[in-house]
Design a protein around this ligand. Sequence first.
Ligand SMILES: [Mg+2]
Length: 197
Amino acid sequence: MKIVCLDMEGVLTPEIWIRVAERTGIRELRLTTRDEPDYDQLMRRRLSLLRKRGITLRRIQGIIASMRPLAGAGGFLSRLRGKVPVAVLSDTYYEFAMPLMKKLGYPVLFCNGLSTDRRGFIADYHLRQPNGKREAVLAFKRMGFRVAAAGDSYNDLAMLRAADRGVLFNPPPKIAEECRSLRTTDSYPGLLKELLR
Ligand SMILES: [Mg+2]
C-alpha cells in the first residue's frame, strides 16, 4: 500500500514569503534557507522585520488570500488523490496555508504553527517537531505504507531520501545537479507518472 507526500510551496503553490516580500516592499523577506541556512535565525529576522514595519498576521493573511495555487496544481492533486492517499508536508504554518488549502480542496496538511501578540503581530513560531517532513515519512513507513514523495528544494531532501521513491519537481539547477540519484521532472503529468510508478 502506498501513500504520497508532497511539499507545498514550489510543488502546489508559489513561495509565500516571496509574495509577501513583493506585496509589502520588504526585500529582505525574500531571503530563504538558501541565503540563511539557520532556520531559527531566518525566522527571527523575518518576525522582527514584520514588527518593525507594522505588518500584522492579518495583513499577511490578506496577501496570501490573493494567491492562487500554481497553474495545473489543482487538477494534478485531484487526479493523484483519486489514486492514492496524499499528505502535504510543509515547513509553512497553518495560519498561512489555509487559504491556499481551501483552493486545493483541503488536502491533509502537516505543518507548523504561529502565535500572535495582543496587537496582532506574529510573536513566535512553533515547529511541531524537528525535521517534520522526514519524521512524517518515517512514521508512514512504520504504518505499513510505501512512500513516494516530491519536493523542490533543500528542505525536502531529507524527506525525499527517507521515502521509498523521491522525486524532485522543478528544482533549481544547482539542486538537480547535486542530487542526481533522485528522479527529476518539471511537469505535472511527469510528476503524476513518477509518483504512481
Ligand atoms: Mg518547496
